[in-house]
Design a protein around this ligand. Structure first.
Ligand code: SAM
Length: 319
């Protein structure tokens, strides 16, 4: 079947989505199997130079305390994650110019000695910086396009354009990174047509992974009066992405779990095959407040074991 924009809009608006969820689950099983990839995520700085209207890290938010982890702290946390069975570490931060490509490159080289894959999620950079980080050993890059609608993108992002964001993703792809895009569901003024464009843009770029997260209201941002997005619509977008891009890696995103823990579990039967687990040290974790959420103290070893058990209880295989 050809998944045109209109077809995707019709599907997103279906009253009963159960058949589509089953189809997505079948396609997931056939194409990526029963493994659930567990990624450790280390949020190493909450400084950010951008002004994204939905995000608590944006530089106009004066109510959060900012932190930066030292290279030594980042490397020792990565070591602990690797020693406890993690095979991938996602290094995420706001767009923090303190970490130059040279500094980040040295951190990557040290972490690669622990035989762990590295996903970077540090925002927009020029081509040469992405190239340098790839040469230093980064394997994957996660940069959500956030929304594929130019007007909505411009409204939400005073600091950049959709064209620039997509060009970054194309550069990342060209450099041979495993490329991760993604978008938020439930942004103000978002329509089913915009969501359909989001899914088609992932395909056009050739993303190998996609984070599809529910928008969550942050009271310390300009969008404080925009309600949370729908977890049901998030699952629909995940399921259709699985059907349209059968081999893609799709996480059960953190934001889905923040709104409803049950929905985060359910999304594994709607196409998801990846999960991220925070390994950010407790003293920094609560400060990485993209949106409000309840967080427990970090215990890398015990939380890994607990997550593996949870995945097994879904009849899936943790990796
Ligand atoms: N600076 C990097 C970047 O721009 O890709 C990574 C950090 S950024 C905080 C990570 C992701 O958080 C964004 O891609 C965005 O989708 C998500 N995010 C930010 N604010 C959010 C909110 N209020 N609700 C849901 N997701 C949000």
């Amino acid at each position: 079947m050809e998944y045109t924009l209109n077809k995707i809009v019709d599907l997103l608006n279906l009253e009963d989505f159960s058949e589509i969820y089953s189809k997505a689950d079948e396609i997931r099983k056939e194409n990526v199997g029963d493994i659930v990839h567990i990624r450790a995520i280390l949020e190493f700085s909450n400084y950010c130079g951008r002004k994204c209207k939905y995000c608590g890290l944006n530089c106009t938010n004066k109510s959060i305390k900012r932190y930066r982890m030292s290279s030594e702290e980042i490397i020792s946390t990565a070591f602990e994650a690797a020693m406890n069975g993690y095979k991938t570490l996602v290094l995420q931060s706001g767009e923090d110019a303190y970490y130059t490509p040279e500094i980040l490159g040295e951190i990557i080289k040290s972490i690669k000695k622990f035989n762990i894959d590295i996903t970077l999620s540090t925002g927009e950079m020029d081509y040469d910086s992405y190239a340098h980080l790839k040469e230093c050993g980064a394997d994957r890059y996660l940069l959500k396009h956030e929304t594929a609608d130019e007007d909505l993108y411009q409204y939400l992002h005073p600091c950049g354009t959709l064209k620039e964001r997509v060009q970054c993703l194309k550069n990342i792809k060209k450099l041979g990174y495993e490329t991760g895009g993604g978008f938020m569901v439930g942004l103000p003024n978002q329509t089913a047509e915009i969501l359909a464009k989001d899914i088609l843009l992932l395909k056009e770029i050739g993303c190998e992974m996609a984070g599809i997260g529910t928008y969550i209201t942050n009271p310390n941002t300009e969008l404080k009066d925009s309600p949370n997005g729908s977890t049901d619509m998030t699952k629909r977008a995940v399921a259709l992405t699985r059907i349209i891009m059968p081999k893609i890696h799709l996480p059960a995103t953190t934001s889905l779990g923040v709104l409803d823990a049950k929905e985060k579990e359910d999304v594994f039967s709607c196409g998801a095959n990846v999960i991220m687990q925070k390994v950010t040290p407790s003293k920094y974790k609560a400060l990485y407040e993209i949106y409000p959420s309840k967080l427990s103290e970090t215990n890398i070893k015990l939380q890994r074991i607990k997550l593996e058990d949870e995945i097994k209880s879904l009849n899936r295989i943790p990796l």
